[in-house]
Design a protein around this ligand. Sequence first.
Ligand code: 5RP
Length: 267
Amino acid sequence: MDWGMRNRLAQLVQRDGHCLFLPVDHGYFQGPTHKLEEPRKTIEPLLPYADALFITRGVLRSSVDADKSKPVILRVSGGASVIGKDLSNEGLAASMEEAIRLNVSAVGLSVFVGSEYERESLLNLAKLVDEGERYGIPVMAVTAVGKELEKREARYLALCCRIAAELGARIVKTYWCENFDRVVRGCPVPVVMAGGPQVDSELEVLEFVYDGMQRGAIGVNLGRNVWQNDHPVAMIKALRAIIHENATPREAQELFNSLKGQPVAAG
Ligand code: 5RP
């Protein structure tokens, strides 16, 4: 692996081999998502605790200061919306030249395995990998399920992750599921977990993140369960404790409880 590729991956995955990516890209198909209506307000207090941001170029330029930034994973797929015909009908929405101009550490796009546009999204990934490898920019593939959240089970996600890795993704982002080790085992590149829609309690999030880490994930790319929480800074710190300090879910919950009343400093 060339120096540039290794250097970019090292910006994302920390020295302990783990990572906490903060995705704030949801607006690219959902519009002003709940609690992400004003991206700068959501992002700034959380930025110190994220290892990288997963973000579109529009929100990066408008809502993140270039001199206070974190490593960036640029969301480069798009072209569908939540009210359109088919969420899987995505194309490449930003060029590699733009990724280089923005000095990003990686680019990310969604693949929709089993969907109407499976072929297009997989070939988009292959094309992006060709370009990324040329310039030393890693590609993170997102195994997207669109509105079909029930697809989040081990057999299907293992299939998606393996295909993404075979096509050259350097990191694969997928959902946590029961028997998550099956997903990780079949995927020869590092796997990070997304959270999906907000779940009922903090402990539920902390438990599935802990379980996924025990079963081989290297970290998370977890958005709504952080910034839709009433105490997002406490939540991201609790997640950091699991990911980077080997805390148990109960220890992380205690940390969350101790922090949730505290005033939040500006980022
Ligand atoms: C949506 C994405 C998000 O990056 C991903 O789903 C992670 O966010 P969340 O934890 O909110 O599911 O790909 O565009």
